[in-house]
Every structure is written in C-alpha cells, then in structure tokens.
Design a protein around this ligand. Structure first.
Ligand SMILES: Cc1cc2nc3c(=O)[nH]c(=O)nc-3n(C[C@H](O)[C@H](O)[C@H](O)COP(=O)(O)O)c2cc1C
Length: 355
C-alpha cells in the first residue's frame, strides 16, 4: 500500500531543497518528529542518491516514517549557438576575476545526471514518496512507482498544472504559491517574470477541483500559517525557508548569515531571478543577481546552472554569499533558528492551538 498523507502524525513536509540545504540529518529529524522528510537530489547521481537515502534511514533509527525523494523533470537538451555561449561566458569573466578563480566555461552536455539512472536508485531504495518538480512525468513512471508501493507527487503553480498532474495518476499535488523560496515549479520555461497566486489562494482554487489531496507550499512559517492552509483545503503544508537555519540543514555559513541579516534589516530584498540556473527561482537579492540579471545573456536551464556552478562553489568556499544562490521565500523575516526536531514540535503545538 502506497503512503497516504493522512498517515502523517504532524501534517508537515520538510521541503526538498536541492543544492545542499536538505540533508539526510534534516530529513531524519523531521521524520522522527512525525512529519515527512525530503531529500532534494535533483543534481546528484544514482550512487549519491542511494547513499543519502540509506543515511537518512539509518538516522531515523527504529522510528520509521515517510521519506520523500525529489527529482527534477529536466527539459530535453537544446542546441546552443556558439556565439550565445561565448557571450554568457564573457559576462561571467569579471565575477570569476573578483573571486580569483578561472573563468567559467560551459561543460559539454548533458548538464544533469540522467533521470533514468536517478530513478533506478529510487526504485531500489523504495522511499515512501517520489516527488517531481518542473513538469508531469508520463503515466508509465507513475505506474512503476505504484507497483513498488511508492506514492508520487508533483508541484503545481496553477490549476491547469494541477489537473495535468491528477490526470497522470499522481497521488497528491504540491500547490506552490508565489511566495515560495527556491525554483518555481512552473511547467513552462517562460522568460517573463513569474506572476501567480499566493499559496492559500492557490489551494482554495485547486483543492475543490481535484479528487487527490493538495499540499500548500509558500510563505508558511509557523503553525498559525499552517492552520490557515489546512482550513483553506490543504491536507498538509510543505515548508522550505522555515528550515534553512536549522543546524541540520546544509545551508552554508555565509548563506545563513545573509539570511539572518536580510530577515532583520531588509526582509523585502527577496525576488525572482533566472541568473543562476536559467529558470526562475526566488532568493535574497545579492551582487550576482544585480550584476547578471540586467544582461540579456542568460542561457536556458539547465545550461546556465552548469555554467555558474563552479563560481557558486568557489563563492561558497570563500564564505561569500554575494555569489551563491541564496534561495529564500518571501516570508523570511519570520524565520526561527532552532534544531529541526524542536521546530517541528513548536509548529505542531502552534497548529493544535490554531486549528
Ligand atoms: C533553498 C531551497 C531549495 C529548494 N529546492 C527545491 C527542490 O530541489 N525541489 C523542489 O521541489 N522544491 C524546492 N524548493 C521549493 C520548496 O519545495 C517549496 O516550494 C518552498 O520552499 C515553499 O516556500 P517557502 O520557502 O516559503 O517555505 C526549494 C526551496 C528552497 C528555499
């Protein structure tokens, strides 16, 4: 029997956060506290995915609980014109000089591990849930997951996307509002700045039209927010930003410091950018966004992600948050710093008080 959200003791999913923030330690802490833990493994190869799942299970001890493994529906490869690549590389040269690292060169495609190999790791490890971001999988993938007892969920940012997700047989939908941190799960690769509904309005629009359960995501920072989402028709809430300062999260030290300073002094400095990956994602405005956003030379996702990767890693090593992608949701000002298990307890108590 595949996992059902109604089995959650605490109706909270710790969001998958690829690129470092979601770790086995964070996922295990959330599972131990009665919620669902998630691993954002979109950029990892099959071997690392298997290791991370195994490590999460080991950290859960005998307290079994639902683990969600999250992958991206990467777009089919596109041919890039050499002049386009030259211009994108040239635009990054001064940033590389400032960081004292070699100029960025676009590696040869593919720019991500093959989905089929990533899925093999998932099929072998059989987490309770497989979640997908950036599009609908085909029905065969969903059926394969179900045959192995794995539930499937997909992010939707609109009613149309939610209906398409239900149509392929997915078990639940993550309704991602415009406040959400990280990559927006929109199916299209639009270059227009994202516009969309806040999470609660999206839930109210989607939930009555679907037979499968809806999870609210975006801007939910405390139990009162979650209680409102449940009242709006969600069966659970997925929180990302709220977990970024937990000691178990893989958030780098300089990223943590930027989050804290922004929360206290400049909480409105959070916006969408395509500069890091080529796809719209929301985070704290920093020098990379300011220098790169205005230039019309961003490569399509995930080529841009591959191009900027070495610079982002160098910046992380140099404790420089100005050139890392510091994803954050718009409600960052209300972030709280505490161990994940404690945060889950606090959230559960707040939900009980407000629901
Ligand atoms: C640092 C960070 C990384 C994220 N990475 C992913 C990811 O890999 N896969 C995914 O489905 N969602 C990802 N998200 C989006 C979350 O699933 C969720 O929609 C979002 O965090 C909810 O909004 P909030 O940040 O305001 O809580 C990420 C969010 C953040 C903050």
């Amino acid at each position: 029997m595949a996992f059902a959200l109604s089995q959650l003791r605490v109706p909270i999913i710790q969001a998958p956060m690829a690129g470092g923030p979601s770790t086995p330690a964070l996922a295990a802490a959330c599972i131990r506290a009665g919620g669902m833990g998630s691993l954002g493994v979109a950029y990892l190869d099959a071997e690392r995915i298997a290791q991370d799942i195994q490590q999460t299970r080991a950290l859960c001890g005998h307290q079994a609980g639902p683990l969600n493994v999250n992958l991206f529906m990467f777009p089919p490869p596109v041919d890039l014109r050499p002049a386009q690549v030259d211009r994108a590389e040239a635009a990054l040269r001064s940033i590389a000089e400032d960081l004292g690292v070699p100029a960025a060169r676009l590696p040869a495609a593919p720019w991500h591990p093959p989905l089929a190999e990533q899925l093999d790791a998932v099929w072998s490890a059989r987490p309770e849930v497989l979640s997908l971001h950036f599009g609908v999988p085909d029905q065969a993938l969903v059926q394969r997951a179900h045959a192995l007892g794995i539930a499937v969920c997909v992010t939707a940012t609109s009613l149309e996307e939610a209906l398409a997700i239900e149509a392929v047989g997915a078990d639940f939908v993550i309704a991602q509002g415009i406040e959400a941190g990280g990559h927006r799960g929109e199916f299209s690769l639009s270059t227009d700045t994202p516009r969309g509904l806040p999470s609660l309005e999206l839930v109210k629009l989607i939930a009555p039209r679907l037979r499968i359960p809806v999870v609210a995501a975006g801007g939910l920072m405390n139990g009162a927010d979650i209680a409102l989402a449940l009242r709006a028709g969600a069966v659970a809430a997925q929180l990302g930003t709220a977990f970024l300062l937990c000691p178990e999260a893989g958030t780098t030290q300089s990223y943590r410091e930027l989050l804290k300073a922004t929360a206290q002094q400049n909480p409105r400095a959070i916006r969408f950018t395509r500069a890091f990956s080529g796809r719209w994602a929301q985070g704290v405005e920093n020098a990379f966004m300011q220098r790169f956003d205005s230039l019309d030379i961003i490569l399509p996702f995930p080529a841009q992600n591959a191009l900027t990767g070495p610079l982002r890693s160098a910046a992380a090593q140099r404790h420089d948050a100005q050139y890392q992608s510091c994803w954050s949701g718009r409600e960052l000002a209300r972030i709280r710093e505490m161990p994940a298990e404690r945060l889950m307890q606090v959230l559960a108590e707040e939900i009980a008080r407000h629901h």
